[in-house]
Design a protein around this ligand. Sequence first.
Ligand SMILES: Nc1ncnc2c1ncn2[C@@H]1O[C@H](COP(=O)(O)OP(=O)(O)O)[C@@H](O)[C@H]1O
Ligand SMILES: [Mg+2]
Length: 372
Amino acid sequence: MPSESIYIGLISGTSLDGVDAVAVDFSADQVNLLASHLEPYSMHLQRSLRSICLPGENEIDRLGELDTQVANTFADACHAVLDKAGLQYKQIIAIGSHGQTIRHRPKAKHPFTLQIGDPNTLAELTGVTTVADFRRRDMAAGGQGAPLVPALHQALFQHPVHKRIVLNLGGIANITCLPSEKDGLVLGYDTGPANTLLDRWIEQHLAIDLDHKGEWARSGKVQDALLQELLADTYFNQPPPKSTGSEYFNLEWLGKKLAQINYANEDVQATLLELTAVSVAHAIAREGYSQSEILVCGGGVHNAYLLERLSTRLPESTIRPTSEYGVNPDWVEAITFAWLAKRTLAGLNGNLSSVTGAAHDEVLGGIYPSSL
Ligand SMILES: Nc1ncnc2c1ncn2[C@@H]1O[C@H](COP(=O)(O)OP(=O)(O)O)[C@@H](O)[C@H]1O
Ligand SMILES: [Mg+2]
C-alpha cells in the first residue's frame, strides 16, 4: 500500500455527538476511504463541552483543561481508526484536525472563532505531524472562517454541465453552490440550524439524544405562527457570506420565540424540522439552484422525515445522499480535514474566498511536526 498519501481527518461538529475520524488514501487524486470511526465523548466530557459552548464562569481554566481532554479523545479516535484500517502511525503523512468549536463569533467587534483539542497533545500522543487551527487564518483575512467544506465539495462533486448543491445537515446546515465547471464562482454558507435544535428539544422533553428518522417531528403538527416567528429572525435574510453556530441557535433562542404560548412539544419539534426545510429551500432558491441536483451529507441524511420535507419544499430538485455519488455522507466533513491537511502541507489554499468572504484564498492552519 503506498504510504505517501494516507492522511487522518478528525472533526467533532456542533452536535457534540463525538469525534469523527477517517483514514483516507489520496493517491492518484482519488479519495479512498480506508476506515472510519466515531469516538463518542464521555457523558461527563460532553456535558462540560456543552456548558463551555455558552458564556459562564471561570472559563479560562475550564477551557484549558478541556483543550487537553478533547485532544485525548481525538487521539483515541486516531488510534481506533488506525486499528480499523490495519495501519501504523509511520504510514500516516499527517493528521488534519478541525478540533471542537466552542465559540464562533464572526460578527463580533473583533471577530474570533475558537476550536479546542490541543494539536501539540495530539502530535505528541500519535507522533504524527498534525495540522490544525484551520479557521482562524481565513478569519484573519476578513472571512467568516466557515464553511471550509466547499473546497472539497468542489473537488469531489462539481459537474461539467449541471449545477449542483451540496447540503450538509450537521448541527447547523450549510450549502455549497457548485456552478457547472465553466461558469461562475462557488458560493456557500450556513443556512441556519439543522439538527442542533431538534436534538436539544427532544433531549429536554423525552430525555433521548436524537429524533430517530424524525419520527417524533412527524407525529406533530407544524405551527404556522411559530414557524413565521422563527423565520423572522434576521439571520435567515442576511446576505452571505455568513456562518453561525449553537451559541446563537440554541434553546435560549427558541425560548424567546416561544414566548408565553404553550404549544404541544411534538408540534414544536415538527415546526423546528420545518424551519430547517424552509430555510434551506429559501437559500437554495435565492441562489438560483432550485432546479438542481442536491447532494446531501451529514447526520441529517438519516432523518427520513427531514428529507421528505425538503423534497416537498424543493419539488423541482432531486435530493440524494452523497453515497449515490461515491462518498459516504457520514464522513464527508472528516475527509475534508484530512484533505485540508494535505493542501496545507503542499502550500495550497484551503478556503474559498468566494465562500467565506476573506480578502483572498489562503494556506490554512498551523503545523505541529512529527516526533517519529
Ligand atoms: N438515525 C437518525 N435519525 C435522525 N437524526 C439523526 C440520525 N442519525 C444522526 N442524526 C442526526 O445527526 C446529528 C449528527 O450529525 P453530524 O453531521 O455529525 O453533525 P455535527 O457535524 O454537527 O456533529 C445527530 O446529532 C442527529 O441529530
Ligand atoms: Mg458529528
